[in-house]
Design a protein around this ligand. Structure first.
Ligand SMILES: Nc1nc2c(c(=O)[nH]1)N[C@H]1C(S)=C(S)[C@@H](COP(=O)(O)OP(=O)(O)OC[C@H]3O[C@@H](n4cnc5c(N)ncnc54)[C@H](O)[C@@H]3O)O[C@H]1N2
Ligand code: MOO
Length: 343
């Protein structure tokens, strides 16, 4: 008998697969393993009589029409981030064309005479490999899904920096540079931004560790508003300030309803000395059996050049500045921790 051939009468049943429509007249589904075949015909091709081993109840294993999505039900709210499940929902209802925020394009620029491309062979005297661009491209692009442009490595001179900056501004909505924002005599970024690009510097120093020289500017370029984040050159400082300033701004531009990083409470494993600046201390957060709050283990020496302090970290403890009365936090203290990696 084919589905829809005729109405099922009491005492009759039909074999169907999961998800198939219910034959007219049927009001319950019994799993095949709860039946036993009593009689067959046509050399086993026809099932004539079965026994149902457990009495079914009405409506058993039947998904009512509208039980997943009711008629007229709203499947997504405006401002929802389209993750895997949300995209699947849109596919389910055939909504293949939806209005979305355009993701910002981010140009990433390294600055410094001492920088060599990581693939450029052995280091020349006095040089180091540019690691910031790789880290930031991975964090902003691969991990957070924004469009990125490699804006190169600019030498520390206004004449070289300006064309790099112009090209970055032209190709992106947001420019993220590293280096050249502190007090050195070759730190030209702020000057070039103000004098040559007409940018407004909103802030150029922040009371935090790491990240003191973090700079934020906006400008009008080729008729469009652009954002410029001048992050410190120290590799840890660049990554921490990217998490703190750049990613929330990008999420906001992309219409994210909650652009800030997730902050949870954690217990510090050992005493931590406080710094005169509020500090973002790199830690590994993990849970011990029977304790519901995570334990924060410091990743060791916190100097802002030491990427090893960040490589294994999944959290940044938000530590208060040192005062005369409070110079350290004792082991077991509960503090806020920003989540920056897989927990
Ligand atoms: N007189 C002062 N000097 C410094 C201050 C200050 O307040 N007064 N602040 C210090 C702090 S804190 C930081 S952080 C650094 C940041 O300075 P810049 O942002 O101008 O960065 P650079 O001097 O260009 O570089 C610092 C450090 O990082 C290395 N670096 C730079 N770019 C990269 C890269 N792409 N990949 C890997 N490493 C990079 C660079 O070689 C330097 O060693 O200023 C302090 N000084
Ligand atoms: O503020 Mo800097 O980023 O500590 O080294």
């Amino acid at each position: 008998m084919q589905l829809g051939d005729r109405y099922l009468m009491p005492g009759e049943c039909m074999r169907i697969n999961t998800g198939a429509p219910l034959p007219p007249g049927a009001d319950a589904v019994v799993q095949v393993e709860d039946t036993s075949l009593l009689r067959e015909a046509d050399g086993g091709r026809l099932e004539v009589e079965i026994e149902i081993l457990w009495a079914p109840s009405k409506g058993q294993d039947v998904r009512q029409i509208g039980s997943d999505i009711a008629l007229g039900e709203r499947v997504l709210l405006k401002g929802t981030v389209l993750g895997a499940s949300e995209l699947g929902l849109l596919a389910t209802v055939g909504a293949t064309c939806v209005l979305v925020y355009r993701l910002p394009v981010v140009a990433i620029l390294s600055t410094g005479n001492e920088l060599q491309e990581p693939w450029a062979g052995p280091l020349h005297p006095g040089c180091i490999r540019d690691s910031n661009k790789t880290s930031l491209m991975a964090l902003i692009g691969n991990k957070n899904g924004f469009h990125i442009v490699d804006a190169g490595i600019a030498q520390d001179s206004p004449e070289v920096l300006l064309p790099y900056l112009r090209s970055a501004l032209s190709s992106a909505d947001v420019v993220v540079s590293t280096g050249g924002v502190s007090m050195g005599d070759r730190d030209y970024l702020k000057d070039v931004l103000q004098a040559d690009v007409g940018a407004k510097i909103h802030f150029g120093r922040v009371m935090m560790k790491p990240g003191k020289p973090t700079t934020f500017a906006t400008c009008e370029y080729e008729g469009k508003k652009k954002l410029v984040f001048g992050l410190p050159g120290n590799p840890v400082s660049a990554m921490v300030t990217c998490n703190l300033f750049v990613l929330p701004a990008l999420r906001k531009m992309a219409g994210h309803p909650s652009p800030l990083c997730t902050v949870i409470r954690a217990l510090i494993e050992k005493d931590i000395k406080l710094d005169p600046r509020p500090e973002f201390h790199r830690v590994l957060l993990s849970w011990k059996p029977g304790i519901s709050i995570p334990i924060a283990r410091s990743t060791g020496n916190q100097i802002s050049s030491r990427m090893l302090s960040l490589a294994s970290a999944n959290g940044l403890l938000i530590l208060p500045p040192r005062t005369e009365e409070k110079t350290y936090l004792p082991a077991g203290s509960e503090v806020d921790a920003m989540v920056v990696g897989q927990l």
